[in-house]
Design a protein around this ligand. Structure first.
Ligand code: NAD
Length: 458
């Protein structure tokens, strides 16, 4: 059996669950597969109504889910409540999207036949999700999968199993029996799901995502993977420095930096000393502490290992002769808390400026001009989110054209994207079609081209 514990109060066990093995996972997928045709054949309006009922169930349990999320993944109260609201909005959005046109007609070659393309579901969608958005990420996979007529087998992160159980139970109240299977466990269960499902949607780290995509390719099934980032925020000399620092501080340190879209590199063109001071001041404004407190912005990191990763990165920065501007502000003693870390004088090629640390840790890099800033911004293997701060429209346009990232934002944080807009990265951050919004239909359905000709020449 495995356990999920609270990162703020590690003595508190929130869930005990089995690490399901291949045979159990195959059974769960088989049960979902048996429920799939009935669901796919329902009128779209009935699937739409079911998703709206699921949204009502989640909305009705919002305050319990918020408490559970705060306890289990240490997400600060305001962000956790906002995530539940986002989850409800996603369910309602896909309840409507289920009623969108499901194909197109085309002129036929003979002028008499009916030629059309129509979309239909693919079967059992295997959804593998991380712990850091325990409600929104699962729902932006599960909701479109269901809306377009698929069954779902969902493997949540072991660190978010209590909230996953609660969410799955709420969704089940609105769905036919066995249409949604919850598969608990970690790597073994995830691998087994990749071997059993009809398509796989993964979100998590780059190494695991790549292995999932390779396994899916070997089976010839559709796969998408959203993975890590090393997201830059570029401050140009004409930017409103105080506002930029406020936005970047929040994007780098909010939820202890545990977002795939968190800012982890601040690239300053010009005076990096002034930018460093402004950033230190802005980070110090962010309350660090118990995620249950309404004011908290920076809570704990998820585990002891995550804490060690941040402390190691700080030691590595010092060894590399970086200058640590911020690292030892007070934090609570119980739980996996680390103080926000800001480091400057770091070489852009250093490991801590190249790889994801996934904690409240950011480096400040200096560039002589815009061209060098762009080179540094793009000089990592990831390409998820990037932002640029400037008042100059022409420079903003040049950066938006040149940044290698799936999400490009001007005078806005790298973190956060509207739930109805396409989401995904480039390079090692992403494989396969985009998630969210209308883009999700491309993944959860397959298009068939149908020709219906008259039965006689007359
Ligand atoms: P992780 O890769 O450790 O785990 C993700 C999921 O994969 C979990 O459910 C885990 O149990 C499962 N898993 C582990 N090994 C597996 C295997 N061999 N085969 C199949 N499944 C397996 O990631 P995490 O620690 O849960 O989440 C943090 C990571 O997720 C960070 O790298 C972060 O950047 C990334 N992330 C990306 C996005 C995005 O949309 N790009 C969003 C959130 C988080």
């Amino acid at each position: 059996m495995q356990e999920s514990r609270s990162p703020a109060h590690p003595d508190q066990v929130l869930a005990t669950f089995p690490d399901l093995q291949a045979a159990d996972v195959a059974d769960a997928v088989a049960a979902a597969r048996a429920a799939a045709p009935g669901w796919a054949q329902l009128p779209a309006l009935e699937r739409s109504q079911a998703l709206n009922a699921a949204a009502d169930a989640v909305a009705g349990a919002a305050s319990d889910l918020t408490e559970l999320g705060i306890a289990e993944v240490g997400k600060p109260r305001a962000e956790m409540a906002a995530e539940i609201a986002r989850g409800v909005a996603i369910l309602r959005y896909y309840a409507q999207a289920a009623l969108d046109p499901d194909g197109a007609t085309l002129p036929s070659a003979d002028g008499r036949s009916l030629l059309m393309s129509r979309r239909r579901p693919r079967g059992v969608a295997g959804c593998i999700t991380p712990w850091n958005f325990p409600v929104a990420i699962p729902l932006w996979k599960i909701a479109p999968a269901l809306a377009y007529g698929n069954a779902v087998a969902w493997k949540p992160s072991p660190a978010a199993t209590a909230i996953a159980r609660e969410l799955a139970a709420l969704l089940a109240t609105a769905l036919p029996p066995r249409l949604l299977a919850l598969v608990t466990g970690d790597a073994d269960a995830g691998q087994a799901l990749t071997q059993a499902a009809d398509l796989i949607s993964f979100t998590g780290s780059a190494a695991v995502g790549r292995s999932v995509v390779v396994a899916a390719a070997q089976r010839g099934i559709a796969a998408q993977a959203e993975m890590g980032g090393q997201n830059p925020a570029v401050i140009l000399p004409d930017a409103d420095l105080e506002q930029a620092a406020r936005i970047i501080a929040q994007a780098a340190m909010g939820y202890a930096g545990q977002k795939c879209t968190a800012t982890s590199r601040v690239i300053v063109v010009g005076d990096s000393a002034a930018a460093g001071e402004a950033l230190v001041a802005a980070v110090r404004q962010l309350p660090v502490g118990d995620p249950a407190d309404a004011a908290t912005v920076v809570g704990p990191v998820i585990s002891e290992a995550a804490m060690a990763r941040v402390l190691d990165a700080t030691a590595e920065a010092e060894r590399d002769r970086g200058r640590v501007l911020l690292a030892d502000d007070p934090v609570p003693e119980e739980g996996y808390f680390v103080a926000p870390v800001l480091v400057d004088r770091v070489d852009p090629s250093a490991r801590i400026a190249q790889e994801e640390i996934f904690g409240p840790f950011a480096v400040i890099l200096t560039a002589r001009d815009d061209a060098e800033a762009l080179r540094i911004a793009n000089g990592v293997r990831y390409g998820l989110a990037a932002s640029v701060f400037t008042r100059d429209l022409d420079r903003a346009l040049r950066f938006t054209a040149g940044l290698d990232a799936g999400l490009v934002r001007v005078n806005a944080p790298t973190s956060g994207v509207d739930f109805y807009a396409p989401f995904g990265g480039v390079k090692d951050s992403s494989v396969g079609p985009r998630e969210q919004g209308k883009a999700a239909r491309d993944f959860y359905t397959v298009s068939r081209t149908i020709t219906i000709s008259p039965s006689s020449a007359g």
